[in-house]
Design a protein around this ligand. Sequence first.
Ligand code: NDP
Length: 275
Amino acid sequence: MTDRYAVIGNPVAHSKSPLIHAAFAWQTDEDIAYEALLAPLDGFAASVRSFVAAGGRGLNVTVPFKLEAWQLADQRSARAEAAKAVNTLIVTPQGLTGDNTDGVGLVRDITANLGVTLAGKRLLLLGAGGAARGAILPLLDAWPAALLIANRTAEKAHALAAEFAPQSQGAALSAASFEELAGRQFDIVINATSASLNDAAPNLPVGIYASGALAYDMMYGKGLTPFLHAAQAGCAMLADGLGMLVEQAAESFFLWRGVRPQTAPVLAWLRSEQA
Ligand code: NDP
């Protein structure tokens, strides 16, 4: 019998996840159906329960329900616990297991797809919301020399740095406001703010990009995001978050099916569709 999966969110119609998982299923010969499920803003838990009652085997969770999914899960992985957000629910005999594959998706996109090493590098993470929080532990696990979290509201960045200090594994973990970045340089700058959603870029000082640096935006879309548009003046290597999206999906697929799909052809296909 075909196993059912879905991405649940509000809004959700724009999601590329059904396309990505259909491609993974075709490639790996897994018998699954994957749909987009619109949940009412006040009806996330009820929507999940009825999907599971109807035989659903797993869900991806997107905006604005990642925190509610974390609360709903009966058990959670260590990375979901660190992120305080769940983007993957797995139906098990023990109930719902919550995991978070966003951070590992980001790290795989940077290291495997873009061929950029994180070990020993000076990283700047912009933002202190859910996406930034989910990225911190996977980034620290990749052994950077330093990770600086900067946020428009600097107190939130300081709180995150303090929370993750015990897990810094020797990396210099610190926090700052955007203004305090003046005079500093970084090898990799990751935009985890939602500024691009409002067609804006974080207000950063000039000169923060070291020679050969990578500017990475978790956002994606046709053409350059506002952050990447601003970065191109001082930075040669630019990447958007489409690869992260495909990589986090592959990790979810692996959690559900125990099979790891190839991401490169799916990413290349999505890029050609986007062009
Ligand atoms: P949140 O709403 O949790 O956090 C928003 C963050 O953006 C806050 O740190 C906020 O700062 C900052 N911010 C908002 N507007 C501006 C601005 N104009 N200038 C500077 N900073 C700003 O969002 P998420 O963490 O959930 O998502 C962040 C981004 O990551 C989104 O664009 C999302 O689409 C993307 N994402 C991509 C994924 C992928 O697979 N590619 C996966 C997950 C997320 P303050 O605290 O000061 O308000």
